[in-house]
Ligand binder design. Structure first.
Ligand code: 2BA
Length: 109
C-alpha cells in the first residue's frame, strides 16, 4: 500500500476529488498554505493499493492545472538602509506536487 500526499491548487480540488471518488478512491483533504506564496492550497491524503498508484497519478495529472503566480520577494535594502520597491517575480505553480510513500501498516477500526 502507498500513501499519496498531493498538494494542489484550491481551484482544482473539487474536480479532483469528484474524479477520484468516481473512480472508487478515498481521500482526505486538508486546507494548507504554500510556504513560498503564503496562499491557500489543498493537500490530499490518499491511501491506495500499489496497483492503483498509476491510475491515481493519471487522475491527478488530468485534473490539476499549472498556473502563473506573482510573488513579492523580501524588500532589499541598500547599505544606507533605503528601501527599493520590490519587483514581483513570476512563478509557475503546480499543477500538483505529489509524494508517494510506502505504508508500513494500515488499520481501520
Ligand atoms: P508554495 O510554497 O507557495 O510555492 C508556490 C510556487 O512558488 C512553487 O510551485 C514554485 O514554482 C515557486 N517556489 C517555491 N519556492 C520557491 C523558491 N524558494 N524560490 C523560487 N520559487 C519558489 P510548486 O513547486 O508547484 O509548488 C506548489 C506548492 O506545493 C507549494 O506552494 C507548496 O505548498 C507545495 N510544495 C512544493 N514543493 C514542496 C516540497 N518539496 N515539500 C513540501 N511542499 C511542497
Amino acid at each position: 500500500m502507498k500513501l499519496i500526499i498531493c498538494v494542489v491548487n484550491q481551484d482544482d480540488t473539487n474536480d479532483l476529488i469528484d474524479a477520484l471518488t468516481a473512480d472508487g478512491h478515498q481521500a482526505t483533504v486538508i486546507s494548507t498554505t504554500g510556504g513560498f506564496l503564503r496562499e491557500g492550497n489543498a493537500t490530499l491524503l490518499l491511501g491506495v493499493s500499489d496497483e492503483d498508484v498509476g491510475n491515481v497519478l493519471k487522475i491527478i495529472q488530468a485534473n490539476c492545472h499549472t498556473r502563473v503566480a506573482y510573488a513579492n520577494p523580501l524588500l532589499p535594502t541598500t547599505e544606507l538602509g533605503v528601501l527599493h520597491a520590490p519587483m514581483p517575480i513570476e512563478v509557475q505553480v503546480g499543477g500538483a506536487v505529489v509524494f508517494v510513500l510506502d505504508v508500513e501498516r494500515f488499520e481501520r477500526y
